[in-house]
Design a protein around this ligand. Structure first.
Ligand code: AMP
Ligand code: ZN
Length: 143
């Protein structure tokens, strides 16, 4: 637990939240400033800042909960679809430094955008550059 983390305070019961799901390792609650009805945050109870900080067991528990909650949140508000995403790091828009998965129910014609809209202008990468990037990522995974 981190003393100055709002999500740790929710886990500890020190501030209220609209909890919708809980296991030993994971908690899910409604986002206080929802992007759509049913917008849910799924978090590890342990204070982990970034995706890279999750060990395999916790990552598995977290994604299990996401797989359970995505259809549940969608069905609860009669949505047609959902976006599932993580802002991992400040440059990607992470404001609360405790890993959280956004589950955002979506509706036909709601005027929103796909997750492809999150980045800036698309890069124009050559085949050579793509090959090189693929090699670099594969090497990084192997580290
Ligand atoms: P992010 O930009 O990915 O860090 O998103 C943080 C999310 O946490 C935002 O969507 C906020 O609306 C939400 N949030 C912040 N404080 C609370 C809170 N006390 N209860 C529920 N959701 C919160
Ligand atoms: Zn925390």
């Amino acid at each position: 637990m981190s003393d100055d983390c709002i999500f740790c305070s929710i886990v500890a019961g020190e501030i209220p939240a609209r909890t919708v799901y809980e296991t030993d390792a994971v908690l899910a609650f409604l986002d206080a400033n929802p992007l759509s009805p049913g917008h849910t945050l799924v978090i590890p109870k342990a204070h982990e800042r970034r995706v890279a900080d999750l060990d395999a067991a916790l990552a598995s528990d977290l994604f299990d909960a996401v797989a359970t909650l995505t259809p549940a949140a969608q069905d609860a508000v009669d949505a047609d679809a959902a976006n599932v995403g993580i802002n991992d790091g400040e440059a990607a828009g992470q404001e609360v430094p405790h890993v959280h998965v956004h589950v955002v129910p979506r509706f036909e014609g709601d005027g929103g955008a796909p997750i492809h809209a999150v980045a800036g202008q698309r890069p124009d990468l050559s085949d050579t550059e793509l090959d090189s990037i693929a090699d670099d990522v594969a090497a990084a995974v192997g580290e």
